[in-house]
Design a protein around this ligand. Structure first.
Ligand SMILES: *Cc1c(COP(=O)(O)O)cnc(C)c1O
Length: 462
């Protein structure tokens, strides 16, 4: 299988090349040239598989023999053994038509572990094979950072620089990143917001001349294709439990950078019977405005109780836009070029096409807290604020589907205790393996909001 860039300006790449990069050299994002599809019979046959075996089955069709299956199996098995729940991604029933898919049983308590545990091990495998070293550079709104550090820190062949917006991540999120030991780990707190961090990272990828000549940058952000790939698996896992291929399922996905829900969109195109995909957003509602009103424009960033979704521009949305605009790279380039300067819209047919798959909602902080409190009182379930936004959005859009709605429970509530207190509930304890988190020593550097401050820091330490 080959991978191409959304912007159409680079030759097709293989899996390993895509794994070892980030943005495509032309500034676009990598997508598979053709998507494997599964028939109803093939999906039926997946029903009996354990999580890791299902992951192997799905991932194999994208790796295309570049990594021997035995090696791939080892990487995947080791990745999911580290999860604290035997089912890896257990499904909990909330009401007759509502379910939660618990994606927070990994080492850093958010769904990002599903991909980054695998990504770290795959990288290590490939770097050893090639006798190569890389610099991992990433921006995080909170959860990617710790999951990336946890997934990659054991590799001697990587150095990691993780940018987070100074004072805009939760205390637990910060501690989870800044207490990771190792000389190859650097946390950089940028005096700006997440979009500023993301912009710096993109600019560094676009011009890597600041690096020593034997090193290159690898992305761990959700622009990395392997992140998306590993997230496809749990859509299959949940849908199979709820009766696929014979029954349809809808998903409500707390959305920031559009990586998680894009994986659901791919699963749908691969043949999984997904009815609606609900884009759940907080007050940062650019995607909700686009889907519901055909208006695509940026606004001011709002700081909310669900910080991992405090994003102005969802970078993975470009992957979906590529399809929406008819796989027309020049049209996409033009669209991206105009974006930010004016309010954009798509044609009536394209808008209808988007609405044939996606619904959306925007949930404010007060409603998020109300829902956390209600689910605790009525269902005895404590959800984190991102998940609460997902459940509420599912309810807001429930008229459009007769299928059960599965909300992706993207993080453990203990990661976001501010919202839990604001909902009037007692702050949950961290799971046992993180019980001493607040006693661990922190290491991070605060840097001005500029590309040069980051590249100079890397030059000094690399
Ligand atoms: C990263 C994250 C999201 C957003 O996921 P995207 O793939 O960026 O859309 C939602 N909830 C939590 C808890 C996250 O960590």
């Amino acid at each position: 299988m080959k991978y191409i860039s959304t912007r159409g300006g680079c030759p097709p790449q293989n899996f390993e090349q895509v794994l070892l990069s980030g943005l495509a050299p032309d500034g676009g994002l990598f997508i598979p040239q053709t998507l494997p599809t599964f028939s109803a019979e093939q999906i039926e046959a997946m029903k009996s598989l354990q999580y890791a075996d299902l992951a192997l089955e799905i991932v194999t069709s994208f790796v295309d023999g570049e990594i021997p299956t035995s090696q791939l199996k080892k990487v995947i098995d080791e990745s999911y053994v580290a999860f604290k729940h035997p089912e890896v991604a257990p499904l909990t029933r909330l009401s007759e038509h509502e379910y939660l898919l618990e994606l927070y049983h990994g080492p850093t308590l958010a769904f990002k572990d599903f991909a980054l545990q695998v990504l770290g091990r795959l990288l290590d495998h490939v770097l050893r094979k090639n006798d190569q070293r890389v610099v991992i550079l990433g921006a995080t709104s909170g959860d990617t950072g710790s999951a990336a550090l946890e997934g990659c820190r054991h590799s001697e062949r990587v150095e990691m620089y993780i940018l987070h917006p100074y004072q805009r991540v939760s205390a637990v999120q910060r501690k989870q990143m800044t207490t990771v030991p190792g000389d190859n780990v650097f946390n950089l707190a940028i005096e700006g917001n997440f979009d500023d961090c993301q912009r710096i990272v993109k600019a560094a990828f676009a011009n890597q001349a600041f690096l020593p000549s034997n090193k290159s940058l690898v992305a761990v952000n959700s622009i990395n294709w392997v992140r998306i790939l590993m997230q496809i698996v749990y859509y299959f896992y949940a849908a199979l439990k709820l009766g696929a291929p014979n029954k349809k399922v809808s998903f409500s996905v707390p959305t920031g950078n559009f990586g998680d829900i894009y994986a659901g969109y791919l699963a749908r195109r691969m043949g999984l019977p997904i009815d609606r995909l609900i884009v759940a957003t907080n007050k940062n509602d650019i995607l909700h405005r686009f889907i519901s009103r055909n208006e695509y424009s940026t606004t001011e960033l709002s700081k909310t109780f669900s910080p991992s979704m405090d994003i102005l521009v969802s970078s993975n949305f470009e992957r979906y836009l590529y399809d929406l605009l008819g796989k027309d790279s020049p049209a996409l380039c033009k669209f991206m070029d105009r974006f930010g300067k004016e309010t954009l819209s798509v044609s009536a047919e394209q808008w209808a096409q988007m609405k044939s798959c996606f619904d959306s909602s925007s949930v404010d902080d007060a409603t998020t807290c109300q829902l956390i409190s209600e689910l605790f009182t009525k269902n005895s379930i404590l959800v984190d604020p991102h998940t609460a936004v997902g459940v509420k959005s599912g309810r807001d859009c429930s008229e459009n589907t007769t299928s059960p709605i599965v909300t992706l429970a993207t993080a453990h509530p203990a990661k976001f205790s501010d919202a839990i207190s604001a909902a009037g509930l007692k702050e949950p304890n961290l799971p046992e393996h993180l019980g001493d988190l607040f006693d661990r020593e922190e290491r991070y550097s605060v840097l001005p909001n500029s590309l040069s401050s980051v590249t100079e820091f890397i030059q000094k330490h690399s």
